[in-house]
Design a protein around this ligand. Structure first.
Ligand SMILES: Cc1cc2nc3c(=O)[nH]c(=O)nc-3n(C[C@H](O)[C@H](O)[C@H](O)COP(=O)(O)OP(=O)(O)OC[C@H]3O[C@@H](n4cnc5c(N)ncnc54)[C@H](O)[C@@H]3O)c2cc1C
Length: 347
């Protein structure tokens, strides 16, 4: 049984952290690691101007990079990390809608997602022990208009990994890992970025910069963007678990769960037989306490009974935040994904 380590710096993560990688709890996921390759600028010291530089290799930066690669458009993608997923926050996106699946189909990774992920269409909502609502998305009149199913559940990092491999297949986009952008300057014609790598820093110019660095982006400050933030008092704790005998493959939500002090619970199956269970916590709950192994196990026992054999894969507390920018573009910089808007917890 994997052990849960105490978090070093426990805190309520607000949506998707891009820094603060120290927060890792549980056996966690094995994420792929990509090599750092020293770019030519480090030795030539030449400042090269590119048409498009994407900063951030999360799901949105990689999706754009893959779309450009498919169209044969040259671009550079810089990511400060050397893996997909965000270390310590591996369980984030899980549900991918038909529209997203259609996009992934166009990009050539849908088959891999369908093979790895879990298709579901039945959802049930409970209040206490009563089922108060249910749906089957296959019964909707527009269900057959798409060749993709209503939803596939899969851990976000799998999609990101498939995108990386697809970009390598297609060419045209130069992905540079371990490349953190530390400064931006821009004028009417181009933007200049400073990039920090394990082998030193260099400068790069771009006609257009796409900021896909997530919700803790430094670009808002660099560009003087106006950002609106609303924090809620919703607190949650995720438990990603495997069961020896699992519940039905349906989405179950409780608006009042008797086994969670009458607070909400969401329950989904993802790839690899891992169940993602989000438990709503009290607004004043202590994140380090609610994510302690014995406390998580007690919560699982309340829900599934003392005999359920549960293997904990990952645990993480998070809080709600909504955030949006007034303008999607400032000069040469475009905001994309969580840098443009965050609607917890759905991105
Ligand atoms: C609990 C939870 C559940 C969610 N569930 C869903 C769901 O079911 N479906 C869904 O669609 N969405 C879901 N989301 C939202 C989804 O995870 C985010 O919207 C999505 O990750 C945003 O992608 P992004 O590419 O904008 O940013 P991120 O995924 O945060 O990627 C940012 C990237 O930028 C890199 N980076 C950061 N700073 C720099 C820098 N200075 N230089 C270079 N690189 C940098 C990071 O290494 C990272 O790779 C969920 C989120 C949470 C927290």
């Amino acid at each position: 049984m994997p052990e849960i380590n105490s978090p070093t710096h426990p805190a309520w993560r607000e949506n998707a952290p891009a820094h603060g990688y120290e927060f890792t709890v549980g056996a966690s996921y094995a994420l792929p690691e990509y090599p750092f390759m020293a770019p030519p600028e480090l030795t030539s010291h030449a400042v090269v101007r590119h048409a498009i530089v994407i900063v951030g290799g999360g799901i949105t930066g990689l999706t754009l990079a893959c779309s450009l690669a498919r169209l044969g458009v040259q671009a550079v993608l810089l990511d400060e990390d050397n893996t997909v997923g965000v270390k310590g926050a591996s369980s984030r996106g899980i549900c991918y809608t038909q529209k997203s699946l259609e996009i992934f189909h166009r990009l050539g990774i849908y088959e891999r997602i369908a093979k790895k992920g879990i298709q579901w269409s039945v959802g049930r909502t409970f209040a206490g022990r009563d089922e108060i609502y249910s749906f089957d998305l296959r019964e909707q009149s527009n269900f057959n208009l798409s060749t993709q199913p209503p939803f596939i559940n899969i851990q976000q990092f799998y999609i990101e990994g498939f995108l990386v491999e697809r970009i390598h297949e297609l060419g045209h986009v130069d992905i540079r890992w371990k490349s953190r952008v530390t400064a931006l300057q821009q004028n009417n014609e181009f933007a200049a970025l400073t990039v920090q790598t394990p082998a030193g820093s260099y400068h790069i110019e771009a006609d257009h910069v796409i900021d896909a660095t997530g919700c803790t982006t430094p670009f808002h400050a660099w560009c003087g963007a106006t950002v609106h933030t609303k924090r809620g008092d919703d607190r949650w704790c995720i438990a990603d678990v495997r069961f020896s005998k699992h519940p039905p493959v349906e989405r179950h939500t409780w608006i009042e769960a008797p086994f969670n002090e009458n607070r909400a619970v969401w329950q989904h199956l993802m790839a690899d037989n891992v169940w993602r269970i989000d438990y709503q916590m009290a607004p004043n709950a202590d994140p380090s306490y609610v994510s302690r192994e014995d406390v998580v196990r007690e919560r699982l026992t309340h829900q599934f009974g003392p005999d359920a054999q549960v293997d904990i894969v990952w645990v993480g507390p998070y809080a709600y935040r909504s955030q949006w920018v007034d303008q999607m573009r400032v000069g040469r910089v475009f905001f994309m994904g969580d840098t443009a808007k965050v609607v917890s917890p759905f991105g």
